[in-house]
Write a protein that binds this ligand. Structure first.
Ligand code: ZN
Ligand code: ZN
Length: 764
């Protein structure tokens, strides 16, 4: 065999840890753009520095520093576990995993679920316990804390049913889990609600569905599936049936190797909210189990279950040495029914075997190929998923065939280990995921010598986390990068809740090319960037400013500020422009101005609709909105909105006079010396004695408090919302002119950066 050429290593990170179990959940992306690596004792959370602006540099090996990583971790405490014998003494309920408790599986929720707009990690232990984790203050570098221990809640829920004690225990013992993405209901602007589902399989053969609610889980449905354990779960993608209704397939694998389907339909219904200002949305979930088995039983058990999408959904089941595929016969694929492909052994090292567990499954659209990576460090390529799936072992082109790719993986292992690697060294790969849709992958590899019985190889494990391009030997051309960029800008969906860091990860990887291609990148970014999202149409409201109304007002702001695809696309454009070029470059200013105009329009329309509730204390902020929206450079309809708001204020506030309130509203007193500070820039304020203050980019007031949050993407700052106070009696940190209910609700609604759309991190 020809020796494969060396491909550059983008990054190599050494993680001293106990061993990792090979599975599809060992390594996964979250929708916040972070990679979760599950080892037996901890979860490592790694964030590529691309797209992140931070005061501190990400640590990284100088030799292989194309991408550096910020890291944090979930420190799992193995001493906190559910004591099953207290529920039942039957042998059948014995949890063998409780003798040496470790982590079995992890599934990340879609983003925008927590109060600070982040993801939640659902973790399953070997004791069959389920817990939820989140980052309270800083997703990238901060602590991830336990949000909820779900096992007692689930056990309590099941104990209300008619089952025997043994049955109750088996129904509470969870064996696998998967978290779906948010459903897309094709409504613009997309309502701010959680339409994702967490599915868990149990030892009693039941499937449970939950939704995240108030820091805990709300039970949605339980489906009786089989008498065997459920070992694998995989969600397909949501398909919008019509506006307001979305459906998907959930596949489950049982301990006997059989695989079946459950169809889940979610329908959105809306009723006027109790205050009457907006609509309240409720989701009706319907679960329908299909009686027919997709894959029959297998003597060997399942090692992986996943959906891939070569134009149409195809279900993939991996059993030792065999990949089985199923498609329901859609017209876009030229085959239907079942296909079984037997993997061949690739003799790379003494540990090579085709019956090793699967550690990665990735379908690459551009090549119409499924890449299957096994624990023994081999890669198996299945080509032509659209025409007729076949194993690719015979192609003349080195990079196209399974052995060629395994050879590249092995060569990278040898270079990263910086040792002479012999046949006795096995490059175990316990997780592999794509970095982009083309040729860059990241994987966890570990050196092992299974034939060496020295104790060292059982106690010392070091996993290396690697990203490497050219898995397919086709270097990306600039046209491909620009096409990818243009596709992302036109297809990104606000309803997915994903952050720009995640959506743009494959673009940020090619930073060098972006810089070289500046004129063409700018052309792509500017194309169609002057389209505005639809203006809010809101009913005029004149009730009480009670908590119910304030919640509705906040949700409506949130929906218009973060639920529009057009606005998300503008934020993506600004993220790229700001990351590549100086923050206040002309082009960046242009995107910034358009986003500001959209935000000002949302604010003008909302304030005009609730004119009867506006008080004098709201005027310093609203005058700033009016002045910015009336600038000669603002679009005519925005100036008209500002005019309407001025008239609304004049008719509702007897003492209103535009000139005097504008003069008062546009100045603040310097917190250091008391001299006036005028609103001349949106980012900072300076008094005549030279004291300089940052401004809150949401409200434009001076940030004279440590209770501040900073955007991880662009470092813009904003006040923390008052709901993050430790208690309701804690002091209000907003400066006097910002102490207004409109400002408070706006700060609550802005859970992400108004400009680049990424999450905030805070210290307090
Ligand atoms: Zn001063
Ligand atoms: Zn930002």
């Amino acid at each position: 065999m020809t020796r494969p050429p060396a491909a550059p290593i983008y990054t190599a990170l050494s993680i001293p840890t106990v061993t990792a179990r090979p599975s599809l959940s060992c390594l996964q992306w979250s929708a916040d753009g972070q990679v979760f690596f599950l080892s037996k004792g901890s979860v490592y959370i790694l964030t590529p520095d691309r797209g992140v602006h931070s005061n501190t540099q990400a640590p990284g090996d100088v030799q292989a520093s194309h991408v550096k990583w910020f890291s944090t971790m979930i420190d799992f405490n193995p001493r906190e576990f559910h004591y099953w014998p207290a529920d039942s003494h039957e042998w059948g309920t014995l949890a063998l995993g409780s003798m040496d408790i470790g982590l079995r599986a992890i599934s990340c929720s879609p983003s925008n679920l927590t109060g600070n707009g982040g993801c939640i990690a659902a973790i399953l232990s070997s004791n069959m316990d389920l817990s939820l984790w989140h980052a309270d203050k800083n997703t990238i570098k901060g602590e991830w804390a336990k949000l909820c221990e779900a096992t007692p809640l689930i056990a309590e829920l099941i104990s209300q049913g008619p089952h025997s004690k043994v049955e109750q225990t088996l129904r509470s013992q969870m064996t696998c889990l998967s978290w779906s993405t948010h459903a897309d209901f094709a409504i613009t602007p997309s309502p701010c609600l959680d339409s994702s589902l967490l599915a868990t399989g149990t030892r009693a053969g039941t499937l449970m569905l939950f939704r995240f609610k108030d820091s805990s889980l709300e039970h949605v449905a339980t489906v009786e599936i089989t008498s065997k354990w459920i070992t694998h779960l995989a969600f397909s993608r949501w398909t919008t049936v019509h506006a307001g209704e979305s459906e998907l397939m959930l596949s489950y694998g049982a301990a006997d190797g059989s695989v079946g389907l459950v169809k889940i339909t979610q329908a959105l219904s809306s009723v006027p909210s109790s205050s009457g200002f907006t609509l309240d949305y409720a989701i009706q979930t319907n679960v329908e189990k299909s009686d027919a088995s997709i894959f029959q039983t297998s003597n060997t058990g399942i090692t992986a279950l996943s959906w891939i999408f070569p134009q149409q959904a195809v279900l993939v089941r991996a059993t030792p040495g065999v990949i089985s595929l199923w498609s329901d016969g859609s017209p876009t694929l030229r085959w239907s029914g079942h296909r079984t492909l037997n993997l061949c052994v690739q003799k790379i090292s003494v540990g090579s075997s085709s019956v090793q567990p699967v550690s990665g499954l990735h379908y690459a659209h551009h090549e119409d190929a499924l890449f299957v990576s096994l624990f023994d460090g081999s890669i198996h390529v299945i080509k032509s998923l659209i025409d007729e799936p076949e194993l690719s072992n015979t192609s003349q082109k080195l990079g196209d065939q399974s052995e060629g790719l395994s050879g590249i993986l092995r060569a990278t292992f040898a270079r990263a280990e910086k040792l002479k690697v012999s046949k006795r060294d096995v490059n175990r790969v316990s997780g592999m995921i794509p970095y982009d849709d083309y040729s860059v992958a990241i994987w966890v590899q570990e050196s092992a010598q299974p034939a060496n019985f020295n104790y060292k190889y059982d106690v010392l494990h070091e996993s290396t986390f690697i990203g490497k391009p050219d898995l397919n030997h086709e270097p990306l051309t600039s046209d491909m990068i620009l096409l990818e960029l243009s596709t992302i800008l036109t297809s990104a969906k606000a309803s997915s809740g994903s952050t720009p860091l995640f959506i743009l990860r494959s673009i940020f990887l090619h930073l060098k090319d972006l810089l070289e291609l500046r004129p063409r990148v700018l052309e792509t970014l500017i194309a169609n960037a002057d389209t505005f999202p639809p203006s809010p149409v809101l009913p005029s409201w004149s009730g009480e400013t009670d908590p119910q109304f304030r919640t509705d007002f906040r949700n409506s702001l949130k929906q218009y500020l973060f639920g529009c695809n057009v606005l998300l696309s503008l934020r993506l454009r600004l993220s790229i422009a700001e990351f590549c070029w100086a923050k206040y470059d002309n082009v960046n200013r242009w995107f910034l101005t358009i986003i500001s105009f959209v935000v000002l329009r949302v604010l003008c329309r909302h304030a005009s609709a609730v004119g009867a509730c506006i008080q004098e204390s709201d005027l310093p902020f609203l005058m700033r909105v009016i002045v910015q929206a009336s600038l000669p450079s603002a679009p005519a309809d925005l100036r008209a909105d500002a005019e309407t708001l001025t008239n609304v204020l004049a008719s509702n506030i007897p003492a209103f006079s535009r000139d005097s309130f504008e003069r008062q509203g546009m100045q603040e007193t310097c917190p250091a010396c008391g001299l006036p500070v005028y609103l001349e820039s949106g980012t900072e304020g300076v008094c005549s004695a030279g004291h300089s203050w940052s401004r809150c980019t949401v409200t434009t007031f001076l940030l004279s408090t440590p209770n501040v949050r900073t955007c991880v993407g662009c470092t813009r700052k904003a006040f923390l919302p008052l709901s993050s106070r430790s208690s309701a009696s804690a002091p209000n940190w907003l400066p006097p002119p910002a102490q207004s209910w409109v400002v408070e609700e706006l700060l609550e609604a802005v859970s992400r950066c108004l400009f680049c759309g990424n999450n905030f991190a805070s210290i307090f």
